[in-house]
Design a protein around this ligand. Structure first.
Ligand SMILES: *Cc1c(COP(=O)(O)O)cnc(C)c1O
Length: 401
């Protein structure tokens, strides 16, 4: 049968959702429909001369799964299509991605500026580990870009931020901070987990590297840990690739396959979760037992204009303060029948957490106050259950206060 020239054979003519289903697939001679899991640590060569050519780089191909692997490649390519990035490298966890992205850019004597409202592990790396390795770091209130400008030094090589922040969903203006970083010759790294790749494109706003904990919305079903770093071929194929190759925070091909399959449904999942989150935010905003709501696309958000400009939607996370403090917040969490108490997020299952006593327990009262984490604050990761059920569940729990 003759095949005519279908323009859709050209990958660049395909829409985003088509790319998430087919993008990056590298079929074996068996013609499998679902992507193959290449569960192998090494690769063999036809002869010694071919082995030599692989190592010199004269012949393309895989050498060892710490450096590259066909299943991992498929995940990286599909994810790069979603992000609009030239290149990507996957890692074993989100923290491996963040640590690798930072370590790849700095050396002893350099300085890093970061927003102070960071995911727990990220703040630990910036505040405790980097200085141990001779890299000074300054944490700033990220809500005003001017604070980044004031903290820049001649040896500042990197700026790191997360927006919206965990857990109070405060925003950082990526475009403004990118300008400040670049004026000082520093690279900007953005942790885009809370926004998700659907609703915020840091590279388009001027960031140099984007990092994800793929454990969250990319898997989306609470099964496995993974991370990914995306950016230009120069940064990713250079320092980022080398540090992964030489230090080994590499992802298992099996976990890369889970993430690859997650990307097939990420658009459907995140859209539905976001719709539900927006409805829940409206419900909580008017509730008499809720003293404060945090949701980027709700009018009550202090950075509502920036949220509308920077994010395509308000995301899947909602935070709120229960009037009356910790006891009342516990009463709400403990009276939920559907929403689970856990510290994960981005899962199909809705999850509530009490940051002050769990993820942010190690901080002093002073730091928690600085970050706006009160004793009454609950963080909600909205899942894929019926939104009506979730609203009824929250309504019942709040009525018990
Ligand atoms: C979860 C998370 C991380 C760490 O990712 P892991 O996959 O748990 O290692 C980093 N940053 C943010 C914003 C996260 O939510």
């Amino acid at each position: 049968m003759a095949r005519s020239d279908n323009p859709l054979r050209d990958l660049s003519k395909r829409g985003a959702q088509t790319q998430m289903v087919h993008g990056g697939q590298d079929r074996s001679p068996f013609g499998e429909t679902s992507e193959a899991i290449y569960m192998t640590s090494g690769f063999s060569y036809a002869d010694s001369a071919r082995a030599e050519a692989r190592f010199t780089g004269d012949e393309p191909g895989h050498i060892y799964s710490r450096f590259s692997n066909p299943t991992v490649d498929m995940f990286q390519k599909r994810m790069a299509l979603l992000e609009g990035a030239a290149a990507a490298r996957a890692t074993a966890s989100g923290m491996a991605a963040v640590t690798t992205a930072l370590m790849a850019q700095v050396r002893a004597g350099d300085h890093v500026v970061a927003s102070r409202a960071l995911f727990g592990g990220c703040r630990f790396v910036v505040e405790d580990y980097l200085p141990r390795w001779g890299v000074d770091s300054t944490l700033v209130d990220g809500s005003d870009p001017e604070n980044f400008a004031k903290a820049m030094r001649p040896n500042t090589k990197l700026v790191f931020l997360e927006t919206p922040t965990n857990p109070t969903l405060e925003l950082v203006d990526i475009e403004a901070v990118a300008e400040i970083a670049h004026a000082h010759g520093a690279v900007l790294v953005v942790d885009n987990v809370f926004a998700t790749p659907l609703w915020q494109k840091p590279l388009e706003l001027g960031a140099d590297l984007v990092v994800y904990s793929a454990t969250k919305h990319i898997d989306g079903q609470g099964r496995a840990l993974a991370g990914i770093i995306l950016g230009s071929e120069e940064l990713i194929g250079g320092d980022v690739h080398t540090i992964i190759r030489q230090t080994g925070p590499s992802i298992s091909p099996f976990n890369a396959w889970i993430m690859l399959k997650g990307l097939e449904t990420i658009d459907l999942r995140v859209r539905r979760m976001t719709e539900s989150a927006a409805r829940i935010a409206d419900f909580l905003a008017d509730h008499p037992k809720v003293s404060r709501l945090y949701y980027p696309h709700h009018r009550s958000h202090p950075q509502y204009d920036l949220a509308k400009r920077q994010m395509g939607a308000g995301s899947t996370m909602v935070a709120f303060e229960v009037d009356g403090g910790q006891d009342k917040a516990f009463t709400v969490a403990d009276n939920l029948a559907i929403v689970l108490t856990s510290n994960n997020l981005g899962d199909a299952k809705s999850i509530v957490s009490h940051p002050a006593t769990t993820t942010h327990q190690r901080f002093t009262d002073e730091v928690r106050e600085e970050l706006g984490i009160s004793r009454g604050l609950l963080r909600l990761s909205v899942g894929l259950e019926d939104a009506d059920d979730l609203i009824a569940d929250l309504g019942f729990a709040l009525d018990q206060v």
